[in-house]
Design a protein around this ligand. Structure first.
Ligand SMILES: *[C@@H]1O[C@H](CO)[C@@H](O)[C@H](O)[C@H]1NC(C)=O
Ligand SMILES: *[C@@H]1O[C@H](CO)[C@@H](O)[C@H](O)[C@H]1NC(C)=O
Ligand SMILES: *[C@@H]1O[C@H](CO)[C@@H](O)[C@H](O)[C@H]1NC(C)=O
Length: 390
């Protein structure tokens, strides 16, 4: 997500939540308010006991900006595993550092380190775009580290300019020609395309004439990606999908994809931390899974992003109303969402792998502070839940 568009999604999520609360009624609302108070107490107590008993420390085995330790310095597949990291995530959202035009600046060494770390947490990552050679870097790093990792590649196209689409499509084609599709799980065409289109054109509901006009711009890119793949005689069919805010899925778009990825953010919906995990699951099921399953092609739905920020760069965004941006609250969200979602079979991409200074610089607030890892790739002061998922 990007700051400029989050506001609208927040409004939309809040509106949906409001609608629901009105239906459920004020008595439950009162119970919820009491639960917030109790929940915060429980969360704080629990976190303290975690700290006291776990023996987990900031002395992780990887130290700051240096590489992950390798038994053979020249072979990235010999990296040393960190006992603090658990393979408990369905997926993780990832953008290699330095993957924004015009500066770029990403490099293979950093991406190898990221893949070494993320492969200890998950077997799936998703990218948002393909600029700055990030597709090739990620596929190359997976090959060199020899890890079990599937990647949903991304094309960050925009409604007002055809160039970003073709540029990224061609980069992906080239990367697939070089590295093959063994580690490619899908290609996601669009990141908040519909949210941005509706926002720019005075719409708020995806299934309206304005929404359909946006869909008419997005669908040709999806079709074009399918045609590109079909023309490559690949050994397997690569699914093509899109990613958008959870309340911005247009049915025509849904009917043209194999999978949809929905951003579902309790933080931006002003949901308190003690209700965040349940709210996320319920929102996703009601607004995305049920809707997708009612369509003839039944696209597979994932949560594209969910998580909790650990700080804000300004005091005004330090809370979402009921709850703080804080490390203890990220811990609570990890403890209440991750293993439960695994158990339910919900496919999600945890947001995010690491703190991203470029977002903080560009958008401020909480935007740069969603990582499990700090910007220097040290693990935050959290305990990764332990519930293995393949
Ligand atoms: C892109 O990354 C690949 C993989 O590491 C590398 O071989 C290639 O030289 C890079 N291309 C550019 C233009 O940097
Ligand atoms: C991709 O989408 C953009 C705008 O949404 C459009 O201008 C362009 O023609 C499309 N390109 C292809 C090849 O579908
Ligand atoms: C959500 O919380 C923020 C921060 O307290 C507040 O400014 C905003 O008005 C709230 N939004 C809604 C819809 O409740």
């Amino acid at each position: 997500m990007e700051g400029g568009t989050r506001y609208l999604e927040k409004q939309e999520a809040a509106r949906t939540t409001r609608k629901k609360w009105i239906v459920i009624g004020s008595i439950i609302g009162l119970v919820a308010i009491i639960a917030v108070g109790v929940g915060v107490g429980v969360a704080v107590a629990k976190n303290n006991s975690n700290k006291d008993s776990s023996g987990k420390s900031s002395s992780g085995s990887h130290s700051g900006k240096g590489p992950v330790e390798q038994s053979d310095p020249n072979d990235p597949s010999t990296f040393v595993r960190d006992a603090n990291l658990k393979h408990s995530f369905y997926g993780i959202a990832y953008t290699p550092e330095g993957s924004q035009l015009p500066d770029c600046g990403n490099n293979l060494e950093d991406v190898i380190k990221d893949i070494q770390l993320m492969s200890q947490l998950t077997s799936r990552i998703r990218l948002y775009g393909a600029d700055c050679n990030q597709t090739a870097l990620v596929l190359d790093a997976i090959q060199r580290t020899k890890v079990d990792m599937q990647v949903y590649l991304g094309i960050y196209n925009i409604p007002t300019d055809p160039t970003p689409y073709t540029r990224q499509r061609d980069l992906i084609k080239e990367a697939i020609e070089t590295y093959g599709v063994d580690h490619v799980a899908g290609i996601t065409v669009g990141n908040e395309f519909m949210l941005n289109y509706l926002n720019a054109n005075g719409g708020t509901e995806p299934n309206t004439p304005i929404g359909d006009a946006g869909a008419a711009l997005l669908i040709p890119n999806i079709t074009d990606t399918r045609n590109m793949l079909a023309g490559m005689s690949l050994p397997k069919t690569i699914p093509v999908g899109t990613s958008d805010a959870g309340s911005y899925f247009n049915n025509l778009v849904m009917e043209s994809i194999d999978y949809g990825m929905a951003n579902v953010h309790p933080w931006f919906a002003n949901v308190s931390i003690d209700q965040a995990a349940d709210w996320t699951e319920t929102f996703f099921q009601e607004n995305n899974v049920v809707v997708a399953n009612a369509l003839p092609n039944k696209p597979q739905m994932f949560i594209a992003e969910t998580g909790w920020p650990t700080k804000s760069s300004d005091a005004g965004n330090a809370n979402n109303g009921p709850s703080l941006a804080s490390v203890p609250n990220l811990q609570t969200f990890l403890d209440t969402f991750t293993c439960q979602a695994n158990q339910k079979g919900t496919g999600y991409f945890f947001f995010s792998y690491f703190d991203e200074p470029w977002k903080d610089k560009q958008f401020g607030g909480v935007e740069g502070w969603w990582g499990l890892f700090n910007a220097d790739r040290t693990l935050k002061d959290i305990t990764i839940p332990d519930c293995h998922i393949d």
